[in-house]
Design a protein around this ligand. Structure first.
Ligand code: PRT
Ligand code: MG
Length: 212
């Protein structure tokens, strides 16, 4: 029997945007994940299935080998830390930047900077590299609100067009990283299932070139 491989896909925009790429690589789910409530989906490709998980959970499934491969934003991967994971391909999906932002009219901050973000680890690393100790305030969404209501002096969030910042009287201040979605692979699977994993990476790379 052929070895089974599993790809972890996130719900939401990255999951949706990677479907055409997978299709170009010849991988089509048996049901459309946008409409299906199933969390495990077979595909037209023998021995290849998809699992549909929360975006922030993709690296965790791949790290522990519950999925050999996954597709996830670089932001999610940086926040996870990337332990036990290879990142062989930049899929160039959902590009944006991770930025520090603050109020346009912000008075100078006295004392320790308060930074609101869902990217706690990325934020701590970023300021630590500058030798700055900051107070990090963990949020799960709508970071843009925090400086407007006095919860924080700065936010660390993703910026694409900049419209969300602008609409809330905020401006980008510092660039932390360029973000896009990546194909990730469990390190042990890369060794143990080398031939099939390599073949799949090759197919997806070819699909990327075809779509470029
Ligand atoms: O819903 P769940 O919690 O499971 O996951 P999620 O909300 O993180 O997933 P989803 O579907 O929103 O996808 C998020 C992923 O898309 C991120 O992890 C990035 O890799 C990628 N991505 C690319 C973005 C953006 N661009 C982006 N602009 N994710 C979010 N944004 C938000 C940003 O946080 C801000 O609120 O869009 C707003 C800024 O956009 P502009 O265009 O106004 O600058
Ligand atoms: Mg969401």
């Amino acid at each position: 029997m052929a070895e089974v491989l599993t790809i972890a896909l996130p719900k939401g925009r990255v999951g949706e945007e990677c479907l055409p790429l997978l299709a170009a690589a010849g991988i089509v789910p048996e049901e459309d994940p946008r409409n299906s409530r199933k969390l495990i989906l077979g595909t037209n490709a023998a021995g290849l299935k998809l699992i549909i998980v929360r975006a922030a959970d993709v690296p965790t499934y791949v790290q522990h080998g519950a999925a050999e491969l996954g597709i996830t934003g670089k932001d999610v991967l940086m926040e996870h830390g990337g332990e036990g994971i290879y990142e062989p391909l930049d899929l160039r999906i959902a590009p944006c930047r991770m930025m520090v932002a603050g109020r346009k009219d912000a008075p100078p901050v006295e004392g320790r900077l308060r930074v609101a973000t869902k990217y706690v680890n990325c934020t701590r690393r970023f300021y630590a590299q500058q030798g700055k100790q900051v107070e990090i305030i963990k949020l799960y969404g709508s970071m843009e609100l925090a400086p407007l209501v006095g919860l924080a002096d700065r936010i660390v969030d993703l910026v694409d067009t900049g419209n969300t910042l602008k609409a809330n009287g905020l401006m980008p201040l510092e660039h932390i990283a360029d973000i896009s979605s990546r194909l990730i692979v469990n390190k042990a699977a890369m060794k143990m299932k080398h031939a099939r994993v390599k073949e799949l990476i090759k197919l997806i790379r070819a699909a990327l070139d075809k779509l470029a």
